[in-house]
Write a protein that binds this ligand. Structure first.
Ligand SMILES: Cc1cc2nc3c(=O)[nH]c(=O)nc-3n(C[C@H](O)[C@H](O)[C@H](O)COP(=O)(O)OP(=O)(O)OC[C@H]3O[C@@H](n4cnc5c(N)ncnc54)[C@H](O)[C@@H]3O)c2cc1C
Length: 536
């Protein structure tokens, strides 16, 4: 295999951005992706995202045994194929709170990553259908839109939240999400708009960009403390893709630390236990795992008006002819951002309001109309870890999240379930709600609710933090995303977040890759004043 300037591992949210921005500079770029192309209708049709679970489009990981959840394992899907998890996700466009990024800068020593520093990168990516604004881009590659056909039940849920005192948040992506709001989504004309649609396809014709699907990175080739290339299997058996300048890992919060550890970069003791010789001692690799835990409340709808209608032939026709109707839904259609302790600080709970029955990651079937209100803990205290289970690259790593091992995390979610019950008892929603299905009539007091939360806790598919960025020894990468202790290697994906953002993690990951591309190319940081409202 010939040499490239940059070899990028993983064509997910971050990898697609990097492939576009780096190849745009004229550099020779190879993008390596273990999965295949992204043609499945389960990718294109928004409401079908959960139908990808446990198929060949999914890496199908799990965490556990979880000590805070009775030793259960918890399912962790990850997208496999062009677009990565942005081809599987629920398309909710959420940047988080300004204090998340200011915390990266001030508490984790990540100079250049405060909210004012990163906002221009969110803006550069974006094409917001509502037009340009101080916090929004217009003309960028990533399409951001309102849902085209929200269900009538969603309007009632928003009304109930307002009647309970939550203000309408007209732009929850302005750095200060607070109150109730309909969701913004990464869609174009009612279809998913993944990172592959936004960033990879426009660059695919460039002669200096090679995209290799069906090729799995097995580890790094390291000589004289410098990473020289990536060992590949799949279509190119035992080939090594060599990088003249850098290898960039964008294999996601599970794949990137796994590849580092397989290559002998990690905690010597843990590597030894898996039968891997240490090349670079970097104990933080794989630690600091964070995710957003949640639990759902579900009630019957007495007025229909839910996504159960998505199964009807008329819905398919509506989608095919007009790109409208229930098939364009992202299941969650509105949010409430709030604080469980009633204080003034940034939110710790993000309710997902869904006009649908969504239990056990959507695996549980239900014959009827229902609505789901899911309190999601967006600033969890739990920290978990990813370790190699074996030196075999094909073996899934061992993952534990330690969810609910901190009492404060449990208390916030119990508060969330009680608040969901209050919402469904509030007009105008109250008149549309029937039987409580979850948590159900037996969960009467806080003790019973806490037991129920431990029993039914799920994860919102947002693993981050396992190659954390920072200034000190506890960091895996420095604020320029270079892996410490070795030359020619960066990690640029969700795994570099020092702390998880207060909201869904796709937009922040795309931002990380936008800024990461500038760091790789040695460009000056984008300044707010120069960030174009109409992005390049
Ligand atoms: C079901 C689901 C729903 C979600 N919903 C939302 C949502 O609505 N909104 C939101 O903001 N976020 C959501 N997320 C989270 C969001 O999509 C992720 O945070 C984001 O996509 C992470 O980007 P990434 O680049 O770090 O990793 P990924 O996008 O996962 O990309 C990693 C890529 O690397 C490839 N790869 C891994 N290992 C190797 C290897 N060894 N060799 C070659 N290739 C490899 C993978 O196949 C994948 O393509 C969701 C995620 C999932 C799974």
């Amino acid at each position: 295999m010939s040499d490239f300037d940059y070899v990028i591992v993983g064509a997910g949210s971050a990898g697609c951005v990097l492939a576009n921005r780096l190849s745009d500079s004229g550099a020779e770029v190879l993008l390596v992706e273990a999965g295949g192309r992204d043609r499945s209708p389960k990718i294109k049709i928004p409401v079908a995202f959960a139908q990808q679970f446990r198929t060949k489009l999914d890496w199908e990981y799990s965490t556990g045994p979880e000590p805070g959840c009775g030793g259960r394992t918890i399912y962790v899907p990850r997208g496999k194929g062009l677009g990565g998890s942005s081809s599987m996700n629920a398309m909710l466009y959420v940047r988080g709170h300004r204090s998340d990024y200011d915390g990266w800068r001030d508490d984790a020593g990540c100079q250049g990553w405060g909210w004012d520093d990163v906002l221009p990168y969110f803006v550069r990516s974006e094409h917001h259908e509502a037009g340009p604004g101080p916090a929004h881009g217009y003309g960028g590659p990533l399409e951001v839109a309102a849902l085209r056909s929200p269900r009538p039940l969603t309007e009632l849920m928003i009304g109930a939240a307002r009647n309970r005192g939550y203000d309408l948040d007209r732009d929850y992506n302005d750095g200060e999400p607070n109150g109730v709001a309909p969701v913004a989504v990464t869609q174009r004309r009612g279809r998913r708009w993944s990172a592959a649609d936004a960033f990879l396809r426009p660059a695919a014709g460039r002669p200096n960009l090679t995209v290799l699907t069906g090729a799995t990175a097995l580890g790094l080739e390291i000589r004289d403390d410098r990473v020289r290339g990536v060992k590949l299997s799949g279509r190119a058996p035992m080939a090594v893709a060599r990088a003249r300048h850098e290898v960039i890992l964008a294999a996601g919060a599970i794949g990137s630390p796994q590849l580092l550890m397989l290559s002998g970069i990690g905690d010597p003791e843990k590597l030894g236990a898996a039968g891997v010789d240490t090349r670079v001692a970097l104990p933080a690799v794989g630690t600091n795992l964070q995710d957003h835990p949640y639990v759902v409340g579900i009630w019957d709808s007495t007025i229909g008006a839910s996504l159960a209608d998505a199964e009807k032939p008329a819905a398919l026709l509506d989608f095919l002819l007009r790109r409208r109707g229930p098939l364009t839904s992202t299941v969650a259609e509105a949010f409430v951002f709030t604080r469980s302790d009633g204080g003034d600080g940034p939110p710790d709970i993000q309710f997902h309001l869904a006009p649908a029955y969504f239990a056990d990651n959507g695996f549980e079937e239900y014959d009827g109309h229902a609505l789901t209100i899911g309190p999601v803990l967006i600033s969890p205290r739990a920290r978990g870890e990813i370790r190699l289970s074996s030196a075999d690259p094909a073996a899934k790593p061992a993952i534990v999240g330690n969810h609910l091992t901190d009492q404060a995390d449990l208390d916030a979610l119990v508060w969330g379930v009680k608040t969901a019950r209050e919402l469904v008892a509030t007009p105008p929603l109250a008149a549309a709600v029937g039987r409580e299905i979850y948590p159900g009539p037996l969960a009467v007091d806080d003790e019973a609710l806490a037991a129920d939360v431990r029993r039914r806790l799920e994860l919102l598919y947002h693993p981050v933090g396992t190659c954390r960025m920072g200034a000190g020894d506890e960091a895996v990468v420095d604020p320029e995303l270079r892996v410490r202790g070795v030359e020619g290697l960066r990690v640029v994906d969700a795994s570099v977040m020092p702390t998880i953002t207060r909201g869904n993690t796709n937009a922040p990951t795309i931002m990380i890759a936008e800024k990461g591309a500038d760091l790789v190319l040695g460009r000056e940081p984008l300044q707010a004043a120069t960030a174009p409202a109409v992005a390049a």
